[in-house]
Design a protein around this ligand. Structure first.
Ligand code: HEC
Ligand code: HEC
Ligand code: HEC
Ligand code: HEC
Length: 141
């Protein structure tokens, strides 16, 4: 049913194939949550970052940041500004939101870009600090 809803003519069952499309059955709202969506989210590449089942990382992530991010973003190719880009151990999610943002660069509303003396803990998953805008809710059962 959910396959037809997303205009997919091809109807594999979850028993034989688990692709990211299945996630849309319940999480379709993730595709339109932000004015600017991050490419792999918009492209429904959910399983690049998430695992379909349980995970040791919060938000069912397959691994942690920066590892999930450097799958696609070669660290050496990131802009040298901010300098934190040069620190391979930095948690990308301190400053970026994985799914999207209000603007390009997907920055958090309160990025820790300037002084590194600021607290670096990021909000718990689901506790989004960009939620100041009127985000659509729902889409999950
Ligand atoms: C049958 C419905 C359903 C499907 C299909 C589904 N989910 Fe979920 N998912 C849920 C529900 C319900 C929750 C809990 C709702 C909440 O936390 O608000 C949830 C929560 C999550 C969370 C948050 C977990 C956390 O710890 O914060 C992630 C991430 C997630 N799902 C990813 C996925 C991905 C990736 C897929 C595809 C492989 C998927 N889901 C498929 C129903 C579904
Ligand atoms: C680039 C990696 C990445 C991709 C691709 C991605 N996610 Fe996420 N997702 C995350 C991260 C990281 C979080 C934890 C929230 C945070 O820190 O921004 C998250 C959080 C979530 C949550 C928890 C709810 C919330 O608002 O925090 C759900 C549900 C979810 N993702 C579903 C999906 C679905 C469905 C897709 C595919 C359409 C997807 N994700 C694609 C990285 C990703
Ligand atoms: C201290 C905050 C901070 C951290 C940590 C951080 N970024 Fe950034 N990032 C930024 C800012 C600010 C920009 C915008 C730079 C500009 O506008 O020139 C940016 C821009 C980007 C861009 C677009 C420009 C480019 O360089 O291609 C990508 C991609 C990116 N970051 C990925 C990452 C990844 C991946 C990580 C983790 C390895 C990461 N960032 C860690 C703050 C950060
Ligand atoms: C599956 C590959 C993939 C993964 C994994 C991935 N990205 Fe991206 N990212 C892209 C692509 C493709 C683009 C360019 C399209 C776009 O702007 O969204 C991009 C663009 C960006 C940009 C710049 C967006 C802009 O507005 O110019 C930032 C910042 C970024 N990613 C951060 C991250 C962070 C942080 C993570 C880890 C949570 C991550 N990415 C994981 C593929 C990926």
């Amino acid at each position: 049913m959910c396959w037809k809803e997303i205009g997919n003519v091809f109807e594999p069952t979850a028993d034989v194939y688990i692709g990211s499309d299945i996630c849309l059955k319940c999480h379709k709202a993730e595709l339109t949550k932000y004015p600017v969506m991050h490419g792999p989210v918009a492209a429904v590449e959910c399983l690049r970052c998430h695992t379909p089942h349980e995970s040791n990382s919060p938000a069912l992530l397959g691994s942690t940041s920066p590892r999930i991010c450097v799958q696609c973003h070669v660290p050496e190719l990131l802009s040298p500004k901010p300098v934190e880009h040069l620190d391979l151990k930095r948690d990308c999610l301190e400053c970026h939101v994985a799914h999207g943002g209000l603007k390009h660069m997907l920055l958090r509303a309160t990025p820790t870009t300037q002084p590194t003396t600021q607290p670096t803990t990021r909000p718990a998953p689901g506790n989004r600090d960009v939620a100041a805008i009127d985000l659509p809710t729902g889409g999950r059962p």
